[in-house]
Design a protein around this ligand. Structure first.
Ligand SMILES: Nc1nc2c(ncn2[C@@H]2O[C@H](COP(=O)(O)OP(=O)(O)OP(=O)(O)O)[C@@H](O)[C@H]2O)c(=O)[nH]1
Ligand SMILES: [Mg+2]
Length: 696
């Protein structure tokens, strides 16, 4: 690896919808840059970026991978990100630390919903970008349509720097509209090309396209505009410089094209990355919080400044152990040193610094500001922790995670694997913070939640491969609750005489409903000591025990007020136990007459779908007892549907939405509140609960 400075460094994330060709493009750049000795392929499982067995099996990127290449005197860190919605949180994490992005738009499918989502992340983190129109070798590839979709969907000004030569099978190269040359590629994926005159049949179109390109460039630069209007020629250097400026300010977005699969048009994109995307020195200053005085501070990417870095990824590597991957914002860190984890307020020993190369790592001695580096076996550090100099503790802001959208109940296939499963899940959660594990105390299930069905399936595969635990998934049980609608007064009397000392407790309770979310209230209105004070807590305990399993279907009872207002006792036979039983008896008996009802959890959902699908999706929500609360138009011909839907109806919504929209819909959902189950469904739920109790 050649030495490099912050000025020569580029951190580039490759982003787009699933299957657009991000990994293939990154592989082609690594190959052309000499970082790999053969062109890795997703389809044949030889990609150094998609190298996890679960990725090879599915042929999709499940987790971001980082590698680097040297080009035109620059050192480029390439971050290959996932494109599928299930894994998009990882993509967003990478965008938090990237300095520039290559956005891929497929010449076949154009701009998809998911590409718009990642484009928004680039907006959020103010990331300059260039666009690569891919797959021009494929049937029905359409360059012009892709350009016009870029303009309309992203609402940006594309700066089209190339034109394709040939179509589909006959796609052989690109016209460089800046140098006005044709780059004709050999058909063997070697990336070799010859520079030729523009073919006659393209000359006129190329002249026109160049004119349009120049006009866009000069519009962004007053001096150049003057020159242009004065009839002077604009040089290649001037165009390159203005393109760099215009890319950083977002006045336009440079567009090039090619085929990653055939390794056509990749080097000009690599040039563009070096020419137009920013070095860490050109990025807006990173804001940090100084812990000593809670003041804000702008970090400078100066090697002499105090060290500061943000951990944005954790990888569990089978050979090296746990790797923390961080982006340096200022200062220098060397191998075999120490630093502070300011988030956890713990000192960390830094062993060997590592540069990531896909699934491998190479040792390096020190890292410069801006670089992306890994270190193994930190003791306390997790994703989104700040590592910094002990002399000047600061904090950097990480990302907040979205709520999971889907849950399954999880259990080991063989009994006795419970403990192994628990520790496997802990390790996986460190690596993938979008996996959540809960033990549902009500249903006694281990519930795993994640960003979608594929995400959960991948997690199950990983549990098996990495930890040797086979697990089974079921739809989670819906945590129903019970409450009452009426008010009753009821007596609970427990009397037992069995030889020696007997048991006696006698209470009168008033049981009434509380408003939604009211929980439980217990009031003691005993006067004259008819129930001695020392037995009152026992009565409440008895009521609480009875509330744990309601009379309808055994679900917990909520939102009730219980008032103890009368009773009697026996000087010898009364005891705490007897009053507890009396309280419990009274509650169970009373609830039966207090019009008990079932409550079910309602989820708040936000569903984004292309316009064409809106009718179907709303129809489907209605059939799931959903209420649509609003529809808002979104960018790129999409609609955002907001709805409240009973959880029982959307336990498997992810695959259903996928099949209804051909994978173009996205959704999030979180728990909102409880509502009464419609009476015609209550009997079914009660029956199912009864059956289950009998079985277990
Ligand atoms: N014909 C052709 N196929 C391509 C090209 N680029 C990628 N592909 C194919 O498209 C499919 C998806 O490619 P990937 O590189 O895995 O796409 P990706 O964007 O990384 O996908 P995810 O990581 O899963 O989001 C694979 O079958 C590739 O061989 C291209 O330029 N031409
Ligand atoms: Mg990929």
């Amino acid at each position: 690896m050649k030495p490099y400075t912050s000025e020569n460094l580029r951190n580039v994330a490759i982003i787009a919808h699933g299957g657009a060709g991000k990994t293939s493009l990154a592989e082609a750049m690594l190959f052309n840059g000499g970082s790999t000795s053969r062109l890795g392929s997703v389809d044949s499982g030889t990609s150094v970026l998609d190298s996890e067995p679960e990725e090879i099996k599915r042929r999709i990127t499940l987790t971001s991978a980082i590698h680097h290449f040297d080009w035109k005197g620059r050192h480029v860190n390439v971050i290959d990100t996932p494109g599928y919605a299930n894994f998009i949180v990882d993509t967003k994490s990478c965008m938090r630390v990237a300095g520039g992005a290559v956005v891929i738009v497929s010449a076949i499918s154009g701009v998809k919903v998911q590409t718009e989502a990642v484009w928004k992340y680039a907006d959020e983190f103010d990331i300059p970008r260039v666009i690569f129109i891919s797959k021009l070798d494929r049937e029905r590839a359409d360059f012009e349509r892709a350009v016009s979709e870029i303009e309309s969907s992203f609402k940006c000004h594309p700066l089209v720097l190339q034109m394709p030569i040939g179509k589909e099978d006959d796609f052989v190269g690109v016209v460089d509209l800046v140098g006005m040359k044709a780059l004709r590629y050999s058909n063997d994926q070697s990336g070799k090309f010859t520079v030729e005159e523009i073919p006659d049949h393209l000359k006129e179109a190329a002249e026109e396209a160049r004119e349009a390109m120049i006009e866009r460039v000069v519009e962004a630069d007053d001096d150049l505009m003057e020159k242009y209007l004065g009839g002077e020629d604009i040089s290649v250097e001037e165009i390159t410089q203005a393109a760099h400026e215009g890319t950083l300010t977002g006045k336009f977005v440079p567009v090039v094209c090619g085929s990653a699969m055939k390794n056509i048009g990749i080097q000009p994109l690599m040039d563009l990355i070096c020419d137009c995307l920013p070095s860490p020195l050109e990025r807006p200053a990173q804001l940090a919080e100084v812990l000593a005085d809670n003041e804000g501070k702008e970090l400078v990417p100066d090697p002499e400044a105090p060290f500061a870095a943000l951990v944005f990824k954790t990888i569990s590597d089978p050979f090296t152990g746990q790797l923390s991957v961080f982006r340096v914002y200022s200062g220098t860190l060397t191998s075999d040193s120490t630093c502070l984890n300011s988030t956890k307020d713990r000192k960390e020993r830094i062993g060997q610094l590592l540069k990531l190369e896909g699934n491998k790592q190479v040792p390096i001695e020190k890292c410069v500001p801006g670089d992306i580096i890994a270190v193994a076996k930190l003791k306390e550090t997790t994703t989104w922790d700040t590592l910094c100099s002990e002399k000047e503790p600061i904090l950097l802001k990480g990302l907040s995670l979205p709520a999971p959208v889907i849950s399954f109940s999880l259990r080991p296939k063989s009994k006795g694997d419970e403990e192994k499963l628990g520790s496997a899940l802990q390790r996986l959660m460190a690596e993938d913070p979008t996996i959540h594990i809960d033990r549902n105390e009500q249903t006694k299930e281990l519930v795993v939640s994640g960003m979608g069905q594929v995400h959960i399936e991948v997690t199950v595969d990983r549990i098996k491969r990495k930890f040797g635990v086979d697990v089974e998934l079921d739809a989670p049980k819906v945590p129903y609750k019970e409450t009452i609608r009426g008010t009753v007064s009821v007596q609970g009397r427990h009397k037992k005489q069995s030889g020696g000392r007997g048991q006696f407790g006698d209470v009168w309770l008033k049981i009434e409903p509380l408003p939604k979310g009211g929980g439980f209230e217990f009031v003691n209105n005993i006067v004259g000591g008819v129930v001695p004070r020392q037995y009152v807590p026992a009565v409440e305990k008895g009521v609480l025990e009875a509330m744990a399993a309601g009379v309808l279907a055994g679900y917990p009872v909520v939102d009730v007020k219980v008032t103890l207002y009368d009773g009697s006792y026996h000087t010898v036979d009364s005891s705490e136990m007897a009053f507890k039983i009396a309280g419990s008896l009274a509650f169970k008996k009373g609830v039966v007459d207090a019009r008990p009802v079932l409550l079910e959890p309602i989820m708040a959902m936000e569903i984004t779908v292309p316009n064409d699908y809106m009718g179907d999706i709303i129809g489907d929500l209605n059939s799931r007892r959903g209420k649509v609360n609003g529809v808002e138009p979104m960018a790129g011909g999409n609609q955002l549907i907001k709805a409240s839907v009973p959880m029982a109806e959307v336990l498997k919504y992810a695959p259903d939405l996928r099949s209804m929209t051909g994978g173009r819909g996205m959704f999030t959902m979180e728990f909102s509140h409880y509502e009464e189950v419609p009476s015609h469904l209550t009997a079914k739920i009660v029956e199912a609960a009864k059956r289950e109790r009998e079985e277990s």
